[in-house]
Design a protein around this ligand. Structure first.
Ligand code: ADP
Length: 459
């Protein structure tokens, strides 16, 4: 069932029930009022008959009837019977006597007043104190006018209820259609958004209702998706571009080598240059793979307590072995009292890759190829400073350093792809760490990295 149909049904049921309750109350209270009024007429009639019986000595039933008929005060199908102490009839209006048992008469004589509806007749039984004993007056009549008014009212209420049911159903349908309209519009617009028109947005409308909020949330999601989609696209084009350059160099080298007959030495030189390019490509592909691995976000399983000083030593060894011209010094700013002060929860291999990258950059972008790492800690975190006295970074470049394939203009003459820092940032992020860069052109750089201590971060 559609929401529109469900809303209509619910709305109709609700209003119909309220109306039904209202109609019943009107009918019931009107009936009560009619009964009360008619009983009071009956009472008046009883009083008149009793007065005639008491006040006019020796008056006969026929005379009473004549007086009453002359006054025209008799109710419709009225029947009044008066019983004396011995249950014998003193007065009877003469038509069909209302059947009452001796038991009922005794009960009324004992004090019980009967005032009820039996069939179409309204019955009243009361006792009357007379010097000869307790009389019982049984009076009944048909409230024909009252009942016909009641029936008319019932018909009007039923008709009114049925008619309002139809109106309410129609109104409910219109109301539900109106309420659902923005959803249908959102549905239509969302259906029309695909990879080809990711820049399209849902129209939010002027009202600030929940559906407008939903459309806004959806638009925000589209913003993020579009950004990710663009990043993905530019990543792929950058990656292919970066791979194409060494491939072209290699192809040119090989073609030049093969142009004419060469000495074994010349062939060796050609192969060595090709090998160099293949190594570079391999390094780049490896970095890309690692970046993809960090994006998968399933690394938490391999998290364990890692001492950062040990990782620093390993990274230092790795960097200095790879490039013997590089010199990395690791210093404790404060000797840790407890192992936990310098331990973090994380993936050791990834952390080593990240720290080694800071070290490599520090050496690569310094004339002296030297850099120093300072290890420190405070109450909750482990703090590392990677300092060099190298070329430095322009303030305008700092915000983009961690973008994939970004390279500063002043370092383009050195080998690199601009993937290292993007990968490093990602690794620091997934370890809930942070990076701050301070640098001055021609003076040097300081990359400050902060990780939460193992005891602080429960992953
Ligand atoms: P790559 O070093 O391969 O170019 P990275 O992602 O590691 O890639 O670094 C991105 C850019 O950041 C570098 O090209 C360089 O311009 C700049 N950079 C990083 N570290 C330093 C540093 N210590 N000193 C100066 N520039 C740096």
């Amino acid at each position: 069932m559609t929401i529109k149909a469900r809303l209509t049904l619910l709305f109709t049921l609700l209003v119909a029930s309220i109306l039904l309750l209202f109609c019943f109350s009107v009918y019931y209270f009107y009936d009560q009022y009619r009964e009360q009024q008619f009983t009071s007429y009956l009472q008046e009639r009883v009083v008149t008959v009793i007065q005639l019986l008491e006040d006019v000595d020796g008056i006969t039933t026929a005379e009473i009837k004549r007086i009453e008929e002359a006054n025209n005060t008799i109710l419709f199908k009225e029947e009044i019977t008066v019983y004396d102490e011995q249950d014998s009839v003193i007065y009877d209006s003469g038509k069909i006597k209302f059947p009452v048992s001796a038991n009922e008469l005794a009960e009324v004589r004992a004090g019980k007043a009967v005032q009820e509806r039996r069939g179409e007749r309204q019955l009243l039984m009361i006792r009357h104190f007379h010097e000869s004993g307790h009389w019982v007056v049984v009076a009944d009549a048909v409230d024909s006018i009252g009942l016909s008014k009641l029936n008319r009212l019932r018909d009007i209420l039923v008709m009114g209820w049925l008619l309002s049911l139809v109106l309410v159903a129609v109104a409910g349908w219109i109301f539900a259609r109106d309420a659902i309209k923005p959803v249908a519009e959102i549905n239509y617009q969302v259906n029309n958004i695909s990879a080809g028109n990711l820049h399209d947005r849902l129209s939010v409308g002027r009202e600030k209702d929940e559906l407008a909020q939903l459309a806004q949330t959806f638009n925000l999601m589209l913003d993020r998706l579009e950004l990710a989609f663009k990043a993905q696209k530019s990543f792929v084009s950058h990656a292919s571009h970066e791979l194409r350059t060494p491939l072209s160099v290699m192809m040119a080298d090989v073609e030049v080598t093969l142009m004419k007959e060469r000495t074994p030495e010349e062939y060796k030189a050609g192969l060595r240059s090709a090998l160099e390019e293949v190594r570079n490509m391999n390094q780049m592909v490896n970095q890309l793979l690692e970046l993809a691995r960090t994006e998968e976000g399933v690394l938490h399983k391999s998290y364990q307590k890692v001492r950062l000083d040990e990782v620093l030593w390993q990274a230092q060894e790795f960097v200095m072995q790879k490039n013997t011209a590089y010199a990395v010094t690791v210093k404790y700013d404060k000797v840790p009292e407890r192992e936990n002060e310098i331990a973090v929860m994380g993936d050791e291999t990834l952390l080593r890759t990240a720290l080694a990258n800071f070290m490599e950059n520090g050496c690569k972008y310094s004339e002296n190829h030297k850099m120093t790492v300072h290890l420190n800690s405070d109450a909750h975190s482990v703090i590392l400073h990677f300092r060099d006295e190298g070329v430095g970074i322009a303030a305008a470049d700092i915000p983009f350093l961690f973008d994939t394939f970004y390279r500063s203009d002043n370092t383009k003459n050195r080998q690199g792809y601009g993937i290292g820092l993007a990968l490093t940032k990602r690794i620091v992020d997934i370890h809930k760490g942070s990076i701050r860069v301070e640098s001055e052109l021609g003076v040097g750089s300081d990359f400050m990295v902060q990780f939460p201590q193992a005891g602080v971060l429960e992953i």
